[in-house]
Design a protein around this ligand. Structure first.
Ligand SMILES: Nc1ncnc2c1ncn2[C@@H]1O[C@H](COP(=O)(O)OP(=O)(O)OP(=O)(O)O)[C@@H](O)[C@H]1O
Length: 601
């Protein structure tokens, strides 16, 4: 039985049972109270053993002893049978386990195969996808390339078109140039003819003059002889006198003393006059920084011009109201004009109430009428005005500070109050921490700042600049009114064209031009204007978009020159249009050059 049991353990069917491996101990005998235990020195109590031996002896003596052993044997056999059944049962279970394991392995392998098949199909799908994407990318690339090629072709055709247009324009420009040259040659021919005629006339005059000259020479000879005789007589007298002086010592001393005293007197008078004049000039004269002033160089020098201007205002009362709004010859956008008018009346009232003046800043592109507006503003507000240019300060070097103080001292002397207009203010009043600014310039700016620190009752400061952003912050802080002067709009250009047409062409050679000019230089030739309607001028105003007031004035001066260069001094629409077109092309060319473009050959 123990052998079978051991086999079952070895097969792993039965778990080892300690109770079965060790023989089960005999049931413990009933405990008897031992009041006097006999124990050895090692603590062993042999009493229980003795009781067991006694019980075994009793069993062997008993008649049923044999039976007891047999019962035990039978019990042992029953136990072994049970154990064999259990072993068989465990073997069956093991077989079942094996079957189950095989099934699981089979299932696992099946799953693995399925998984592999799935992976394979996914791989195939992925590769297919990749191939499709590759094809798509290739298609995209081809399409982009095609587009690029199309674009390049388009650009090349545009370039060809531009080149064709440029060539056409060049041909046209050359044609225009040829026409202009032809006109020039014609003009030159007329001029040469006129000169030849003039020369002929001059030759005739010369011949007549020769006869006159001969007569004059005869008369002059007679006159000369008369004078020579007179001089000879005079020198004879002087010689006699000198001889008398040299021979008489007293007379010689008196003569030498007299001449020396005379020379010393002349020298002293001349130097004294120079010193006194310098002093008067310093006290009363206009500072050198002022380029133009309504006060004149000396207090008395403006009298004549003031009288003349008031006379002309009386004889020609419309002169100040030329553009129909009482603003002289200045043509501005109505809103700007209104603002300046308000400012001038405010300034006039300020002066009447002895209140401090307000400083102004005019900014905008060059030639838009800033200086003219400042002059008009001063005139309308009843102030004197003085004009200086910021660019004049730097060349003065260390003297600039003195000159600035001199300027403000002079300005303070005006009884009416003075509008000090500083043109190109950015050249002088630019940011102080700029590296290229010299020490002298910085000091001059500081001098101006110190003189304008408080609100003044004598001086209105009006600054004009094309670059307001460059001004020093301390300067802009002193500004009360800021006015922008934009390029003239179409309506303003029309008015400007009419104004300068009237000034340079209609009035050219008429009695309205300056009296003094007429007196000394002779009248210019009168120009005849034919068929120049308002519509043609409006057309020119539309074409001259982007022109400043100065450019329009120059355009009309060019029209005047073209008219004088023409055969009969007549201004007709075709000549007017020709000059306008030429000037517009010139303006465009200038803009292109300014933008860094190359000029068209
Ligand atoms: N608004 C305008 N009305 C009439 N004429 C004008 C006007 N603007 C400019 N002009 C003409 O241009 C010339 C220059 O004008 P002005 O000196 O007033 O311009 P500006 O703005 O002060 O120019 P800059 O900034 O170059 O000093 C004038 O003499 C005048 O012939």
């Amino acid at each position: 039985a123990s052998l079978n049991q051991n086999n079952a353990y070895a097969d792993g069917i039965l778990p080892p049972n300690p109770s079965e491996i060790e023989p089960s101990p005999a049931p413990p005998p009933p405990k008897v109270r031992n009041d006097h235990p006999r124990t050895t020195s090692a603590g062993f109590d042999p009493e229980a053993l003795e009781r067991g031996v006694k019980a075994l002896r009793e069993i062997s003596k008993s008649p049923h002893g044999k039976k007891v052993f047999e019962v035990i044997k039978k019990q042992e056999e029953t136990k072994q049978t049970e154990l064999s059944a259990k072993v068989a049962e465990f073997r069956q279970m093991k077989a079942q386990h094996e079957t189950e394991r095989q099934r699981i392995i089979y299932d696992e392998q099946k799953k693995l195969a399925q998984h592999q098949a799935q992976t394979k199909s996914q791989m195939a799908k992925y590769e297919d996808e990749l191939a499709r994407k590759r094809m798509q990318a290739e298609n995209e690339y081809h399409r982009a390339r095609n587009q690029e090629l199309v674009k390049l072709q388009e650009e090349s055709s545009i370039r060809q078109e531009q080149a064709r247009r440029a060539t056409e324009e060049q041909i046209q420009a050359q044609r225009r140039q040829t026409e202009r040259e032809k006109a020039e040659i014609e003009r030159e021919t007329i001029r040469v003819r006129a000169m030849a005629e003039a020369e002929g006339r001059a030759h005739e005059a010369k011949l007549a003059e020769d006869v006159n000259r001969r007569m004059l020479v005869d008369r002059a000879n007679a006159e000369r002889e008369k004078w020579v005789a007179a001089i000879n007589t005079t020198f004879e007298h002087i010689g006699g006198g000198l001889r008398a002086i040299l021979t008489d010592q007293n007379k010689l001393v008196v003569a030498v003393g007299g001449v020396t005293a005379l020379a010393a007197g002349v020298y002293t008078t001349r130097e004294g006059a120079r010193v006194i004049w310098g002093y008067i000039d310093r006290i009363l004269g206009q500072p050198s920084l002022i380029r133009e002033s309504s006060r004149g160089k000396y207090p008395w020098s403006g009298m004549f011009s003031r009288t003349m201007s008031s006379l002309s205002r009386h004889t020609n009362p419309g002169s100040a109201l030329k553009n129909g709004n009482g603003f002289g010859d200045v043509i501005l956008h109505p809103s700007l004009q209104k603002r300046i008018q308000q400012l001038s009346s405010a300034t006039a009232n300020t002066k009447a109430h002895q209140a401090p003046f307000r400083n102004m800043l005019f900014y905008g592109p060059p030639g838009t009428g800033k200086t003219m507006a400042a002059r008009e503003l001063a005139r309308k507000s009843g102030l004197d005005y003085a004009l200086m240019t910021g660019g004049d300060v730097a060349p003065l070097g260390p003297q600039a500070v003195t000159k600035i103080h001199q300027l403000f001292d002079w300005a303070k002397k005006s009884n009416k109050g003075l509008l000090l207009f500083i043109d190109e203010a950015d050249a002088f009043l630019c940011e102080r921490n700029k590296t290229y600014m010299s020490e002298a310039q910085r000091s001059a700016l500081n001098a101006l700042l110190s003189r304008t620190g408080d609100q003044s009752k004598d001086i209105v400061l009006a600054l004009a600049t094309n670059r307001p952003g460059d001004l020093d912050s301390a300067v802009t802080d002193r500004i009360d009114e800021v006015l922008e002067f934009p390029l003239p709009g179409e309506e303003e250009r029309f008015k400007l064209l009419k104004l300068y047409l009237d000034k340079y062409i209609a009035q050219a050679g008429s009695g309205k031009s300056s009296f003094v000019k007429d007196l000394f230089k002779g009248k210019p030739q009168q120009i005849e204007i034919k068929g120049l309607t308002d519509d043609i001028i409006k057309e020119a105003a539309a074409k001259t978009e982007g022109f400043s007031g100065r450019e329009i004035a120059k355009l009309m001066a060019s029209v005047q020159a073209a008219v004088y260069g023409s055969e009969n001094c007549v201004l007709d629409p075709s000549l007017f249009r020709e000059v306008v077109d030429y000037k517009v092309a010139e303006h465009q060319q200038r803009i292109k050059l300014a933008a860094g473009d190359k000029p068209i050959a």
